[in-house]
Each structure stands twice: as C-alpha cells, then as structure tokens.
Ligand binder design. Structure first.
Ligand SMILES: [Fe+2]
Length: 263
C-alpha cells in the first residue's frame, strides 16, 4: 500500500543503539528574545534546558515539540525555538497558544519535515495528533483525524508513540483537567483495538506525568517555561527549574524514558 506523503523515515542509529528522542514542551516563547512574562524569560529558560540536554542527551535523532511553543503565535518565536534546538530534526504539534500556520511555515523554512507520521526503521512509529481548537483552551480531535489514526494503525503494526498537546488523561488538578482533551474517551476507544500503541506523549500540563494504564504508558513533561504545581484545585505556579523529557526508543523495541530539570 502506498505510503502517505506525510510519512517521514528516520534510519536506525549505527551500532544498534536506540533512537534518542527529546520532548521539549510549553516553551511559551515571545517574539522579543529578551521578553519576560510572570518574571521569567521564556527564551533564557529554554536555553537552560537545552544546555542541560546538550550535556546529557545529545545529539537527539528527533525532537518532539509538543505545543505552546510560542506564547504569541509569532513567526519570530518559532525561529528562536528552532535556532535554540540547534536545528536538530524537529516535529511539532500546536498547542492552544500556537498558530499552526506560522509554526508550519517556519518549520518548512528551516528544512524540517512537516511529517505527521514517522517511521523509525521498522522498530517504531511516531504519530502526531493535532488537538488545538481555534479560540479554545481545551483540545479536541475531530472524527476525520481519528479515522486517519485508525487507518495508520491498521497499516503499521510496529510499536507506536502518539504525540499530542492536550493530554487524554487527568493529572489530578481540577482546573487543568477541565481544559485537557475533551472527548478523550473517543481517542482511547479508537486505539483500544491496537495494542501496538505503547505510549501517549502530551504537553500542556507543565509538570511530569508517567502512568501505565492497561499496557498504555501515559506521559507528560515539565515545561521549559514555568511549571504548574501538581494536585491543585486552582491555577498555581511551581518554582521548579526548566525541564524536559528524554526517551530512548530501542531497535529491540524497548522504551526507556525519564525527565530532567536543569537545576
Ligand atoms: Fe502551556
């Protein structure tokens, strides 16, 4: 069966090692490099996280940028992001703060794959889901996107990582769970017949999450921008440093992952 033009292939690393993947999320960059919000400079915090990654998890074969990349949706903010990521291969999903077209246009301008589906050798696949809804903070997936996901998972049986901004799971903070993925049950029902879905990697929650539910790993990462304090009824910031998630996708199909804070 013909491959979709939105499919992109990444060759297996030499020597049999895993694909090194970084999840960078909720950078909330401003077009002005020195710009500040809530007493923090988003670019300086991203730079701290990337400096840490460069010492510990570099070079990544792939970066998953999981939304709220620009706070203002400006082209200049996406340029700052890609430059700070040292133009490593990067795919992105839009968050509620992003504007999808400036984001895609700048990815394309910097030669990044506009892929929605990545094949890592024959061992893994990564599928990007777009949950942003215009003018809304919470996310949703429409029926055509769920159908596209069903078709992909029917065709490709290797272990899959789903990447999305809004998590289809609760993290125990009432205010945040109210603006997660609405209709999350539709997504979980859609993937239930496909045991090859190993993990869902989400942004949006500005805190770490790692839970296994019925063989499915639910993951989220700290933001590089400000963190949200876990288990709160109302919005509350945490004072933790910028963070990110690393993943190692083994050629033997094993998944290892953890989070880092740039202390
Ligand atoms: Fe965010």
């Amino acid at each position: 069966m013909a491959e979709s033009p939105f499919t992109f292939r990444i060759a297996p690393p030499e020597g049999g090692g895993p694909w090194r993947v970084l999840q960078i999320t909720d950078t909330h960059l401003l077009a002005e490099p020195g710009g500040e919000r809530r007493g923090a400079r988003p670019l300086a915090r991203l730079e701290r996280a990337i400096a840490h990654a460069r010492r510990n998890h570099w070079p990544p074969h792939l970066i998953l940028a999981t939304g709220d990349l620009a706070h203002d949706g400006r082209r200049e903010s996406y340029d700052l992001l890609l430059r700070t990521l040292a133009f490593r291969p990067t795919v992105a999903v839009a968050g509620n703060h992003d504007l999808p077209w400036p984001l895609r246009e700048r990815l394309a301008a910097h030669g990044q794959p506009l892929a929605r589906h990545l094949l890592l050798g024959d061992a893994w696949q990564v599928i990007l889901l777009e949950s942003r809804m215009t003018g809304r903070i919470e996310g949703a997936l429409d029926a055509p996107q769920l159908e596209w996901l069903r078709v992909l998972l029917t065709r490709h049986r290797q272990p899959a990582l789903l990447v999305i901004h809004h998590p289809p799971f609760a993290v125990g903070s009432a205010w945040l769970d109210a603006i997660a993925l609405s209709g999350h049950r539709d997504l979980l029902e859609c993937i239930a017949p496909f045991p090859q879905v190993e993990a869902i990697v989400a942004g949006h929650v500005h805190q770490p999450w790692d839970e296994e539910r019925g063989g499915l790993r639910l993951l989220a990462s700290p933001a590089t921008w400000l963190q949200f304090r876990p288990n709160q009824r109302e919005f509350q910031l945490d004072d933790r440093p910028p963070g990110y998630r690393w993943l190692e996708l083994g050629q033997d199909r094993r998944l290892a992952t953890g989070i880092e804070y740039a202390e």
